[in-house]
Write a protein that binds this ligand. Structure first.
Ligand SMILES: [Zn+2]
Length: 282
């Protein structure tokens, strides 16, 4: 890891970054070419060894939530997307019917169908809103890197017997004893995580035997990514560091001790996202 590296960004000036090796197999892909989805200054690599797709540098965590706060990177992304119109707008309108084919999934629906009660962890919980709708049988816990959001989540969770930790997820997971959670929600989170393998390893330890982790991430293997190319809605620079396919998500989960199930509709190539159920076998 070259701690002295910097990247010159158009909107945020020169910022310190961390170099990334392949988050799945650990291969250093410095010599591999940038793939066509790279967007200056962010370089997207496909691992020469395991084919995992990822951005090869990440801003330091603290910068992601100060200099590069979500609201600001969202504006930059909106600008990038506006420049891609009107072609992409028409194309995305054409494929919009896909959204109405299936009933909307929710994290609560997914977890409550499999676990009746217990401690539930939301990784990257934001202000805690996602667990607010969970029935009282569940005690909510969260890990959140933004101190402002973590404080709001902490207040909400404490009123129900849980709490939120203000830390990066790998570090935050170490706060909890082994086997503490019945379930965990990883909703639109793992694609942002600089160390997804370490997070899953630590999560496996913190889950109870037969505990579940529900993962929702953009599906890089989707048809829409192939049709839309660079204009695919799953690309966000540099917020989305990891681009999972059903195969690479399963490989990472298996490596960290989980059993993976997508169900019948979890990895439809017609959807931009996929849902996976990871189980810690007791
Ligand atoms: Zn790899």
């Amino acid at each position: 890891m070259d701690l002295g590296a910097t990247i010159d960004t158009e909107h945020f000036g020169t910022i310190p970054v961390r170099h990334r090796i392949c988050p799945l197999c650990g291969c250093n892909n410095d010599l591999a070419p940038a793939i066509r989805y790279s967007h200056r200054p962010w370089v997207v690599k496909e691992c020469a060894n395991c084919r995992f797709v990822y951005i090869d540098h990440t801003p330091h965590y603290e910068l992601q939530f100060e200099t590069m706060a979500w609201e600001r990177t969202t504006k930059v992304e909106e600008h990038r997307r506006a420049e891609l119109r009107p072609i992409s707008y028409k194309a995305s309108k054409r494929t919009r019917f896909r959204l109405h084919l299936l009933p909307k999934r929710t994290m609560l629906g997914f977890i409550a169908a499999r676990v009746g009660s217990g401690n539930v962890l939301d990784l990257g919980c934001g202000d805690g809103a996602a667990l607010a709708s969970f029935p009282v049988a569940f005690t909510p816990f969260g890990i959140e890197i933004s101190s402002q959001s973590a404080a709001i989540a902490d207040r909400a969770f404490r009123s129900r017997g849980g709490y939120a930790v203000n830390a990066p997820c790998v570090e935050g997971l170490r706060h909890f004893p082994e086997g503490f959670f019945a379930a965990a929600a990883l909703r639109s989170y793992l694609e942002h995580e600089a160390a997804p393998l370490a997070v899953l390893e630590n999560l496996h330890r913190a889950l109870a035997p037969n505990g579940i982790a529900v993962v929702k991430v953009p599906n890089y293997g989707s048809l829409n990514r192939r049709v839309m190319g660079r204009r695919w809605c799953g690309f966000r620079y540099p917020d989305h560091l990891n681009y999972f396919t059903p195969a690479t998500l399963r490989t990472m989960a298996t490596k960290t001790g989980f059993e993976t199930h997508f169900g019948i509709t979890g990895r439809l190539p017609t959807s931009d996202n996929m849902w996976a159920l990871l189980t810690k076998r007791g």
